[in-house]
Every structure is written in C-alpha cells, then in structure tokens.
Design a protein around this ligand. Sequence first.
Ligand code: FAD
Length: 645
Amino acid sequence: MVNLNAKIPDGPLAKKWASYKSSQRLVNPANKRKIDIIVVGTGLAGSSASATLGELGFNVKTFCFQDSPRRAHSIAAQGGINAAKNYQNDGDSIERLFYDTIKGGDFRSREANVYRLAEVSNNIIDQCVAQGVPFAREYGGSLTNRSFGGAQVSRTFYARGQTGQQLLLGAYGAMMRQVELGKVKLYPRHEMLDIVVVDGKARGIICRNLVSGKIEKFAAHAVVIASGGYGNVFYLSTNAAGSNGSAIWQAYKKGAFFANPSFVQIHPTCIPVHGDHQSKLTLMSESLRNDGRIWVPAKKEDAEAIRNGRLSALDIPESDRDYYLERRYPAFGNLVPRDVASRAAKERCDAGYGVGTGHAVYLDFTEAIRRLGKEAIKEKYGNLFQMYEKIVDDDPYEHPMMIYPAIHYAMGGLWVDYELMTTLPGLYAIGEANFSDHGANRLGASALMQGLADGYFILPYTIQNYLAGELQVKLSTELPEFQEAVNGINNHIERLLNIKGDETVSRFHRRFGIKLWDTVGMSRNKEDLQIIIEEFKTIKEEFWSKIRVPGTSGELNPELEKAGRVADYIELGDLMARDSLQREESCGVHFREEYQTSEHEALRNDEEFMYVAAWEYAGEHKNPVLHKEMLKYENIKIESRNYKK
Ligand SMILES: Cc1cc2nc3c(=O)[nH]c(=O)nc-3n(C[C@H](O)[C@H](O)[C@H](O)COP(=O)(O)OP(=O)(O)OC[C@H]3O[C@@H](n4cnc5c(N)ncnc54)[C@H](O)[C@@H]3O)c2cc1C
C-alpha cells in the first residue's frame, strides 16, 4: 500500500501555516516570468488562483468551457461565505470555526487543513471588501452576518441571495486585470479532455475547442484543476447543468488518487422534483432556515388530505403542526447541519407525513413575517422568494414553501496533500474539485470560503515549493506524450460518434442517475450496493451500444460534450458505490442503513474507519485500489455529533 504523505508541517496547530510559509522554497521574481501555469476552471477557485498567480508574475493560461469565465457555476451560490471575524461579538473565533467544521464533517477531515482554512477565512473578507464586493451591511456601515447550519454563531457574510455572483465578479475583475497586463491568457469555450504526463509529472493538457472542434495542446510547468464538483452524476442536482466530473476523472486515470468519492452532499432545502421532464433542481438557500420554520402535519390524515388537495397548509392549526427539527434538535433547531436536516425530512416523508407529492415538507415564514414584517423578509431574501414563485407559481409570502432534499455538493474529489498537490507531481486541485476540508459533510457557506482560501491564499504559496525545483524544465507540446494523448482523445470521440444507437445521452443519464440516487444517495445498504456494482458492467455496455450522438466532431456539438461527460459519470458512479460499500459505518452524509443509533442517527466506527479513502486507478477492467490516509485528532476532542444540546 502507498504511504500517503499529507506533508503536514510539524509544530503546534496554530503555528503550522506560518511556519510552512516561512520555510518553503520560493521562486524569485525574475524566474516567475519564465514559469507557465495552467489553471482549468474560472469559478471562485480558478479565478482567484489565476488572478493571484498572475499578480505574482507567473504566466497563467486559464481555461473554461463557458463562453465567459463569469458563467462558472460559482455564480449560482446564494447564501453566503463564512469567516471567523466575530463582528457580532457572539463568541466566534478561529478555533470555533475550526471546531465547527471538523465536527460538521463528522470527524473525517484533516485537522491541519481545516485550521488553516479557518485562519485565512478573515483575509478573504478583507480581500473581497477591498475589491468592492457589496456585502450586506448594518445601518452604521459595518458588515452584517447571518447564521448557517451547524453553528451557534452568526459568521456568514452575504450579498443578498447572490453572494457567489458578487464574489465571482470580484475574482473575475482581479483576473481580468491580469489579462489586461498580459500575465493571464484566457481560453473560454475550451474543454480539457486529458492531462499530459511527462517523466511522471503533469506537464500540460489537451483541450477541445468547443466552437471549432479542434483539438489543441498546451504545455506548462504545473497544472491546477479547479473544475468544480460532480453532483450532476445523479442527473438531477442543484448544480449548473454544465458542471461535470470529467476533468477530475481524467486526472484520476492519469495517476491522481480520488478521495472519498461517495461523500456527496444532499441539501435539505431544494424545490421538490415535480415531473419526469425535469433536467435541473433549484436550491432554496440555507440562509432561509434563519427565519423559516420547517414542519409537516403532525397527523397522517392531514398530510394525506393536503396531498389530495382537500386541505392546504393554512388549514392546519399550530397545534397540529410538527416542527420536527425543533422537536428533535432543540439546541440547533432549524439550523442543524444539512445531512441531519435532510435525513429528518426523508424520515418524516417515508413515514407518511410528506406534503405535495409526498416528497416535500414545509418551510414557513409566517412567524418571521409577523415578527419582522414583510419588508424585512423581502430585504433579506427577496430574490429567493421571487425565484420560488416563478418556478412553483405560488406566493411564499402567503403560503409556506415546499422543499425536499437534493444532491448539491461533492465533498469527495482529488486527494491533495497540505500543499494542495495531488498524488501526480505537478498536478494541483483546488475548490470543490479536491476533497480537502469538509470531511463527510460540508457546512453551509464553507465552499466559497474554501475555494477562495485555496485560490487567493494557499495555492499561490504552496505551488512555489514545487516550481522552485522545475526552473530548468524546457516545455514543448511536440513531445510524443502530447501526441499520444491527442490520439487517445480522437479515438474516444470517434467511438462515441460511431455508436449510432437510438437513445439520447440525456435520457440514458437520467435512467442511470435515478438508479444511483436510489442506491448511493441519501441512504445506502450493503445488498443494494453490491447489486449496483455488478450492474455497472452492463450499464457501461449499454451506454457504449445504445446512445446516439448526432453531428460531427469538427463543429459545435453539445451532444458530443454531454456524451463524454456521461461516459465518465458511469465509471465515477461505480467508484462511488465501491467507496460506499467499503465504509461500514455511517458518518455525515454517508448513511449506511445497517449502522444507526436507536434514534436513527448516524453511527460512526472511529476505530476502523477514521481515514480518508483514496482510490488509485488500476486500469481498464481492473478493480481500483484503496489506500488509506489515517486521520489523527491531536487538538480536538472526538465525540459523537450531538445537535440536541
Ligand atoms: C445552487 C447552489 C448554491 C450554492 N450556494 C453556496 C453558498 O451560498 N455558499 C457556499 O459556500 N457554497 C455554496 N454553494 C457551493 C459553491 O457554489 C461551489 O462549491 C463553488 O462555487 C465551487 O467553486 P469552484 O471554483 O470549485 O468550481 P465552479 O464554480 O464549479 O467552476 C468550475 C470551473 O471549471 C471549468 N471546467 C470544468 N471542467 C472543465 C474542463 N474539462 N475543461 C475546462 N474547464 C472546465 C468550468 O468551466 C468552470 O469555469 C452552492 C452551490 C449551489 C449548487
């Protein structure tokens, strides 16, 4: 078994990052000008990294598949970004943010990384304010905060329900400044299709120009993957429709280990699925749980009458409502973490208390409107309410919203060490594409924090420790390794175009996604996992014989793009199921039905499973190999997660 070295610096936890920075190798300014870095992705992670690396003096080539870097999925982020500023004076601190994040992740993340994240969280807010990000403010001008799940303090900075958009505009602006200065070159409408490895190190990428269909080669001293998460593996998710797992899958196949693939987050507050022709789910931000109260009818007959249209939510008196989160978790109430809230909603619906289609619960603002007034609620959440009304055609100021859990985020991703380098030397992963900081469950508003921490404050330092040893390397896209990668891509594309079956890629994806959701979704068990792992062989054969990709490779061809991504999803789904099967415990989002307490809470097995599962690609038709990074908690007391008191 490979010894996974996370390269955690020695010394006390609070000093590790400072001591790393003071002793790492750096690249001097004259040499920075000679170094090329590729960044794949222009979300918060990729844009912030590109801007900072350009500012430092490196030559950066930045890629995205959208027509504008500003259309990266990050723009959809609604609720906010965490930081331990303690502006509210409510007891927050770096230590508390660190503790909440480790606990929220159910003790399956690395102490040193999480502490560093909490430490740099405050710098992010300063950086963004300096860029002009319009965070919400108090009347007197100071930045205001709201609460998110899994915390008893208010540490979430926000810009209405458009925080991701405003932060991305800040990072984009900083990146475009470097574009103007010639330090960053942008390649929109380019999809990376392979990573080129020369002498065991990442030395470039191959892209398809999505407009012309041309296959293009790019070389660099290091490659940074910032390609986002793979929640769309399930077909229906809250992610942008274009988000996909292919870049990290290509990295995995080229030697980067894949960590905790089955840790995928289910968000409790999404607009419920309403029909068979839906291709996307919409998130209702977690921030709504600050003021909204979640309930179902306490009586089954009332729930049934609502489902049949004989009663509405407004007909149910207060005494016949079950505010089940407040009942079960008095200390955190509606602000329990996402995994806990999602399972509780599923439990009530499975027991027959669901409303709407039966797979929905209420999120009710009546009390908040009474307490604060409609205008105050509008001020805080107006755009979210408007979005709900447009989609559902119901006025959430008058009737409670209906919500249900849905796939939202991937905690799993490329394994990275403390320097954010994968197991393939010279290949880095940042943002949602890596597995780093959230363990088995991410707390709300912590993804934006992590993406910007990685891009603005961590990678630009750590990558130099590697690059300082690469100054003599001569880059060339004429090396045989580049041509080999191009040939492989051309063959793959030809194979997809020649299937000529009769099922559309989306239809196939939908069928496969539903199966994955039923087995590796909110609840998992050994028997079903074993069955689906057996079935994957057939699913793959079916894909490669049944789908139809119209058009050609030498043109704009979105169906071809989708086909490549779904081919990867099938293999990724198989890895997720294997990961889920080997983890014989419940932790965070990973709920194995066999391992639960008498109160249906997740039952961890720290003795046997306190590790990061890092999977190594072993080749086509071979089983992947599991490696374990054992987790050590030296600064935090390990305990069962308890949100009741
Ligand atoms: C609806 C919604 C709301 C959210 N709200 C919040 C919130 O309030 N707070 C919070 O902390 N988190 C939130 N999240 C999570 C957060 O938005 C994401 O985790 C985060 O934005 C991911 O950023 P990223 O930079 O890693 O990736 P993305 O923003 O997903 O960017 C990925 C980039 O990679 C590029 N790319 C991908 N593959 C390729 C390829 N093969 N070739 C070339 N380019 C490629 C894309 O073009 C894109 O530019 C939310 C998520 C959703 C779905």
